[in-house]
Design a protein around this ligand. Sequence first.
Ligand code: FDP
Length: 287
Amino acid sequence: MNEILNVIESSCIKISQLIKNSNSNELGSLANEYNISGDDVKKLDLMANEILKKDLSKIKIISCLGSEEDKNLVFLNNSGEYMVCFDPLDGSSNIDVNITTGTIFAIYKLENGVIKNGRNIVAAGYCLYGGSTQLIIANQEQVNMYQLINNQFQLIKDNLKIRNMGSIYAINEANKYIWDDYRYLKLVNNLIEKNYTTRWVGSLVADAHRTILKGGFFSYPSNKINPEGKIRLLYEAYPFAFIFEKVGGYSSNGKINLLDVDFPNDIHQKTTIILSSKFEFDIFSNL
Ligand code: FDP
């Protein structure tokens, strides 16, 4: 498995260099395509996807790859035990304004060629392309944070843990009149009364990363326009649910722990997502 993580690390360095050394207007321009989820595809999404697929396809222990940008799984080796899934470039709408984007990934151990749910993950993480490039890797034991310094990832914090309570909630409040579930509005009002403030970068990687470091509540609930939610289970929600469990936080689809949601066989399945520290999660759970 370390072999897979090493390759993802080096792919992320390539993507980071591409972002830092290219014209952001150009990278953020439309590739005149839509992905399977109906999102606009930017040139950088496609370039990042090609980098990851090319690099990972050399690894013999990988059975298949699942990417946000590919309609179907890409099968590599019959004898491979692992499935690697990724969102090559999360937060695409922030590319042209030079705001943090990222790569999200999960490594799944297959059971008889399939996965049951998020508990098949053996390692997950994300790379943030922001003011600096940082890589967060969670394995079964702990979550470590690395920073790209002189073109090498150096450990800057080991065994990350989330605090019990934060002071920020992150939710796209512009959707509040179309949320399917009244509890989100109740929670927001409750947190405002407690003097919480709002942050919404609009890149899952950045909003979830801040929630890990500062605590608080992050959610993208389903709504009338996105009845299944917006965040994809296999390469966004499950990996972050795994990371949040390892740092001592909470994840949910509004009903149960995201890691226990059965994998529905559609690699692009969407879900409601909640990522939170304990205090806010308890309030939500009691609404
Ligand atoms: P994007 O479409 O820019 O890739 O996963 C999709 C995502 O970003 C998340 O990163 C982000 O949290 C969310 O969509 C933002 O959606 P809104 O623009 O509806 O707020």
